[in-house]
Design a protein around this ligand. Structure first.
Ligand code: 5AD
Ligand code: SF4
Length: 497
């Protein structure tokens, strides 16, 4: 059996695409390996959101080129956003590459590889499936963890944030039928998965192409005072309706999350869904990007800081104890010291407990290319460090406030120290003691009640008080994909931030 290795760069969406590639390859008779040196085919699933990520690809291809000198039959395939963005330019500049394949062409991967393996020329396949969008069903038998899984609800992005390459690399928004989404979640839950995260570039702009959802309560409500674009009922997304359908039709699901939403679609109906559906976790990642209205306008984010603050405050009021995290860019073209102070002020006001912060990086095909990248690197780095200081303060205060309280933890794996750890509904990381980990029923996939005893910089330590749902010792996983049973591929993930 030929062996393959998929190396993942970047975001959750890419990690999810890597799983789909692994599935189609296993179905076609390949075997997974996490060792690049042992592989006959290496797929580099790339990210182009920032320039650094692209540089990483180039050095990885260089390294593989050396392996290829020793082993000329090695097939190097570049997938993901850089593949979509660069197309045949990649093969021209890096001749070691045999195949370039875009995110929408994953089902064609085995056929394209077969062609190359039988002597075909290097190929480029980067076509969006706009007319008949396909969503490859995820296979529970190959999921990365027993505790939680990702389910795609939409792909592409119709926003035009001026700094962002995603609309170019992922194409326009296409949505998956709600019935398909619910069926996939049911399949995961049947194999013991407790937590589902819905995935999409702007996940909460979801609309059901099969028109099977009922209008959600709260649609069209005029709840907000700060609204530049009054939301007409017919303009509202159907995301809240999707959440309600999942909660109703998969009652055994214990936790439901989603990533990443756009603040524009943080609507009254979504807030009401959070208030009424206990399955929805009390943590939302809501990218804000900047706290300055001037910068937000130049970023084409289509909301003001007042709108963001009003909507997130309404969400927090509806769900007591809910926490928020976010994404922010510092050093966007023209960002002044005053603009940056407005970002810090917003982080304090909203109280984000964690944040992915990025220094602005100019990307090809983006509208912001017309603006001069005029904030020098030292200033960008200094701003990022100050931003992290403020967020760290928020996080530490928040974690300390939890000491002595009770929480439910979904155990998701061993921590670095080797003991079991998991996450609360609010996504806080909790470490269990070695003694607790030995209790019968305590293991990956268990839901346990704990008392928080200690707060660290980024996590909590707790004492187990009760096992709410035990871990399953053997999970009945349907082996629908493999002809011979295989372990789930060990993922090589390169976090590029
Ligand atoms: N420069 C820096 N950060 C960026 N992001 C997107 N594009 C850029 C860019 N050109 C960040 C945004 C987004 C996250 C996934 O990456 O904060 O939410
Ligand atoms: Fe990029 Fe904006 Fe779309 Fe997010 S919403 S993927 S930042 S264009």
């Amino acid at each position: 059996m030929p062996q393959f290795c998929v190396v993942t760069f970047g975001c959750q969406m890419n990690a999810h695409d890597s799983s789909r590639m692994e599935e189609v390859l296993i179905k076609s008779g390949y075997r997974a390996t996490s060792e690049v040196e042992q592989a006959d085919v290496v797929v580099l699933n790339t990210c182009s959101i920032r320039e650094k990520a692209e540089q990483k690809l180039r050095s990885e291809v260089g390294r593989l080129g050396l392996v290829k000198r020793r082993k000329p039959e090695l097939v190097i395939c570049v997938a993901g956003c850089v593949a979509q963005q660069e197309g045949d330019r990649l093969i021209k500049s890096l001749p070691q590459i045999d195949l370039v394949i875009g995110p929408d062409n994953i089902p064609e991967l085995p056929a394209l590889l077969a062609n190359i393996e039988t002597g075909g020329l290097p190929q480029v396949r980067t076509v969006f499936d706009v007319e008949t969008p396909a969503f490859l069903a995820a296979e529970p038998s190959l999921g990365p963890s027993l505790a939680s899984a990702y389910v795609t609800v939409m792909k592409g992005c119709n926003e035009r944030c001026s700094y962002c390459i995603v609309p170019h690399t992922r194409g326009p928004e296409r949505y998956r039928a709600s019935g398909e989404i619910v069926a996939e979640i049911k399949r995961f839950v049947a194999t013991g998965v407790r937590e589902i995260t819905l995935l999409g570039q702007t996940v909460n702009s979801y609309r059901d192409p099969s028109s099977a959802l009922e209008v959600a309560p709260g649609v069209g409500s005029k709840q907000f005072t700060h609204t530049r674009f009054p939301v007409a009922a017919e303009d509202e997304s159907e995301f809240a309706a999707l959440l309600r359908a999942i909660a109703e039709q998969v009652p055994d699901l214990m936790r439901l999350r989603y990533t990443s939403p756009h603040p524009r679609h943080l609507t009254p109906s979504l807030i009401l869904a959070h208030q009424e559906l206990p399955v929805l976790c009390r943590h939302v990642h809501m990218p804000v990007q900047s706290g300055s209205d001037r910068v937000l306008r130049r970023m084409i984010r289509r909301y003001t800081s007042a709108e963001f603050i009003e909507r997130t405050a309404a969400l927090k009021e509806a769900v007591p104890g809910l926490t928020l995290s976010s994404d922010m860019i510092v050093g966007f073209p023209g960002e002044t010291a005053e603009d940056f102070e407005a970002s810090l002020e917003l982080v304090r006001t909203v109280g984000f407990v964690s944040l992915f912060g990025f220094t602005y990086s100019q990307r090809p095909f983006t509208p912001a290319l017309k603006l001069e990248d005029d904030v020098v690197d030292e200033v960008k780095s200094a701003r990022l460090a100050r931003l992290f200081d403020v967020v760290d303060g928020n996080k530490e205060r928040h974690l300390r406030s939890l000491v002595g309280s009770e929480a439910q933890v979904l155990v998701d794996g061993p921590s670095k120290a080797g003991n079991l750890s998991g996450r609360t509904q609010r996504n806080e990381i909790v470490h269990l003691s070695a003694k607790d980990a030995e209790l019968p029923g305590c293991g990956v996939g268990a839901v346990v009640q704990v008392q928080i005893e200690q707060a660290f910089k980024n996590s909590l330590a707790a004492r187990l008080t009760r096992i709410v749902v035990p871990a399953r010792s053997t999970i009945e996983r349907p082996l629908t994909v493999q002809s011979t049973p295989q372990a789930a591929p060990q993922r090589r993930q390169l976090q590029v931030i």
